[in-house]
Each structure stands twice: as C-alpha cells, then as structure tokens.
Design a protein around this ligand. Structure first.
Ligand SMILES: Cc1ncc(COP(=O)(O)O)c(C=O)c1O
Length: 435
C-alpha cells in the first residue's frame, strides 16, 4: 500500500518507530480485523476496549446509514431530537439503580471532565462551594482532557502538562503483587487501601473535597481488579464525609465484567458514572454520564427559563451516535451480551491462568472478559518485554494490548471458548519466544 505516513501525528504512539514498520488495519467483521494485504487478525482487545458486540454488526451498520440519510445533525442546545430522549430513557433499563439522569458527550475523556464539572457545580448549588478538591488514584486513567489528565495517576501522562489542574490529590493504587499475585477475580487483600482516603481527609479536611473518581477496575494500567471490600469501603467513607463518588466505567461499562456495569457487578453504586466506548460499540464517538436523580434535581431550581448547567458539546447526543447506540442496545439484548462475560468467565480464567509459570510472568489476573499477564520488567527497558509479546502476537495474527509490562486481553463479548483458547495459545508461544 502506497501511503505517505508523515502528515499524521498519531495519538499515544511511538510515531517514528511505527512509521518505520507500520501496523495497519483496513477491514473488520465479527471477531476479526484484516490488514490491507488481506491478513486476518483475531481481535482480542475489542478494538480499544470498545467494540463489545463485535465488528460490523448489521443492525448497527444499518441504523447509522439510515440515520445519516434521515437527519444528519440537529443542534442540542435549546433544541432536541427524539433519538436522544429515546436513548437516555432506554439506557435506564440497564443503568444501576438511582443513576437515572443521563448527559451525553462524545468520548470517555469528555465524560470524565463533564462528571467532574457536575460534581463541582453540585457542591456549589447545594451550598458547599468550598468543596473544590478532586481526588483520583495512582495508576488511574481518566482520559486526556485537563480534568482527566490531572486526576489520572500515570506519571508519564501528566508530566508534560505541568500540574494541569491545581487542587487535586491521589489515593494510593491497589496493586499488591506481594499478597495478591495470580488472583482469580477480586484479590483477597487490600480493602484497607480505601482508608487512604482518610489520610487525604486528615490532610485537606473533608469540607474541601468535592469528589473522588476511580475506575472500579483500572483498565488502562493493566487491568487491576479491586480488592474484595475495597469499593464498599470507599463508598462508605465518601458517604460519611459528604464526598461524591464517581466511577469511571468507560472500559467496564456495557458488559465487560458480566453485568451491564461494574457498579452492579461489584454491588456498589456511585453518585456519578462515566461511560463511552461500548455505548455505540465503538462505531460513532459517544459518551454518557449517568447521574443520581438527587444531584440532577439540585440544579432544577431558580427561574425555569434559566439554563441550569452551562455545559455541553456541539455533538452531545449526535443523531448518528444515538442511532448507533440504540442499535447496539438492541444487539446486546437480542444476544444476551451484557451478561455473557459471566458465562465465559471460567473459560477465560482457565485460558489466562494456563500462562502462569512461563518465563518472566509475575502475575496473571482475570475477571469477566478481562485478562492480564504481567512480566518482570527487562533490565533498563521497562515495558519492552510486553511490547515484544504484543508484536509477536500481531505477527501470529492476534491483536492484544501492551500497557507497561502487562498484556491485557479484552475480546468482544461474542468470543467463543475456542477463540479464548487460541488467544492463550498464541500468547504462550509469544511469551516463550520473547523470553
Ligand atoms: C477509564 C477510562 N476513562 C476515560 C477514558 C478516555 O476515553 P476516550 O479515549 O474515549 O476519551 C478511557 C480510555 O481508555 C478509560 O479507559
């Protein structure tokens, strides 16, 4: 393929390395991608944790095409269109109890910054304007807008951008290989890591803290499962101190763990929940922030002609995105996809843990349709070992994701048990080869 690769500055990519040896995808269907040369690649990552129902699902493809012809765009400020209302209402059928108001965005990053703004504004409208501090967690990823960058806990993502936002702090992360290596599902140890919030409360005083944001399962830094009891404890501390709890479910939303959302899977309901990715099956950019009714209602005061929340995007509730999301929800319902990860959990667990004992493997962990293999870092070259495993899998026709020294697996929810086994077999060969 004769392409000039120079003009495009690629996101989160080693541009020079990539352009020396590009990895291109040009077609997708079901569980597979194809390269421009026609090589088939099994998608073990749902694209980027987003194509939960598999690629090019006919209902979704048709809905987008139909909507593009029917009405391409409608302004969302002081105007509306039926699909946005229909979608918000339909989402309540699967939403965690009480999170029954929905605000549309166009990405996970926008969902995060929207949730942070709603949290800050809520504290103000309820008469606690001094609550301006926001708390994230080490090894968290909340996208790339200013709020999400500041609240995220990945040093490399923050350092180029200064402090990005002042008045933020971070809980300690929950990754504890000394006690929890090779856990299946939720690790047994570490509920007490939630008490780190008390340290921050002692330091800053609860009266200055607006909200805590965490991923219920931290996806981007290598699939870190919450220790048993951790999220419950965090919820309890937030309640005790009048602090809002935000779950960033951009990865965990829409069936990844075996329930529609991690909030239901873990039995802990946040005050706000950010989503994107699987909402439209990755087909059209869209995000949604789910908000507790009480928070929403606190804004519905004052003159009814006044705009209650001065926030929104030109493409909030875009007609094509709404059509894609509604068709995605239909596909999920018809095929029982939002709970399928529960059925496949044992097969996924067996496939992943068959990799324990291979050279340099220091951890294997799994939950629902998420699996991770962590390697001991190569001397002086952190992340290289996982990246080489990723390359070896790519050459062998399986797309996995390298993040730090971890390989993460998150196949579409339509994956078969045989394909899970094939992914593990490919990983085994790659890990042995790279060792
Ligand atoms: C938990 C979480 N939050 C936010 C984001 C950002 O989403 P986006 O890339 O759609 O802006 C991601 C992306 O991976 C994510 O995993």
């Amino acid at each position: 393929m004769d392409l000039n690769l120079d003009a495009l500055w690629m996101p989160f990519t080693a541009n020079r390395d990539f352009k020396r040896s590009p990895r291109l995808l040009s077609k997708a269907q079901g569980m597979h991608y194809w390269t421009p040369e026609g090589r088939q690649v099994l998608d073990a990552t749902s694209g980027l944790w987003c194509v939960n129902a598999g690629h090019a699902r006919p209902r979704i493809v048709e809905a987008i095409a139909r909507q593009a012809a029917e009405m391409d765009y409608a302004p969302p400020f002081q105007m509306g269109h039926p699909l946005a209302f229909e979608l918000a209402d339909r989402l309540l059928h699967i939403a965690p109890a009480g999170l029954d108001r929905v605000f549309f965005t166009n990405s996970g990053s926008e969902s995060v910054d929207t949730a942070l703004k709603i949290a800050l504004a809520f504290q103000r409208v309820r008469g606690e304007p001094q609550r301006t501090r926001l708390i994230g967690r080490e090894r968290g990823y909340h996208g790339v807008n200013i709020g999400g960058t500041a609240l995220g806990g990945i040093g490399g993502n923050r350092k180029l951008f200064g402090s990005a936002l002042s008045g933020v702090d971070h809980l300690r992360h929950t990754h504890d290989l000394a006690r929890n290596a090779f856990s299946r599902g939720q690790p047994a140890h570490g509920a007490e890591f939630a008490d780190d919030l008390e340290r921050l409360i002692a330091l800053h005083d609860a009266s200055t803290i607006a909200a805590v944001i965490v991923e219920p399962m931290a996806g981007s830094t290598g699939a870190l499962m919450p220790p048993q009891g951790y999220l419950q404890r965090l919820r309890q501390l937030c309640d005790q101190h009048g602090i809002l709890l935000i779950f960033d479910e951009v990865i965990t939303g829409f069936g990844r763990l075996g329930a529609p959302f991690a909030a239901q899977h873990y039995g802990v309901i946040p005050d706000l929940m950010t989503t994107a990715k699987g909402l439209t099956n990755g087909c059209v950019p869209m995000g949604a922030v789910f908000v507790k009714r009480e928070l929403h209602d606190a804004f519905m005061q004052g003159p009814p002609t006044a705009i209650e929340l001065p926030h929104g995007y030109t493409y909030s509730g875009h007609p094509l995105a709404c059509a894609a999301a509604l068709a995605t929800l239909d596909t999920h319902a018809e095929e029982g996809l939002l709970t399928r990860a529960t059925e496949l959990h044992p097969a996924m667990e067996a496939a992943m843990h068959s990799l324990a004992g291979l050279p340099h493997v220091i951890d294997v962990r799994n939950t629902g349709l998420v699996g991770a293999v962590e390697f001991a870092p190569r001397e002086g070259a952190p992340g290289r070992r996982a990246f080489e495993v990723f390359l070896a899998c790519w050459e062998a026709g399986v797309l996995v994701r390298a993040t730090g020294d971890t390989i993460a697996i998150s196949p579409p929810l339509i994956v078969s048990e045989a394909q899970l086994q094939h992914i593990a077999d490919t990983l085994r060969t790659a890990i042995t080869q790279v060792a």
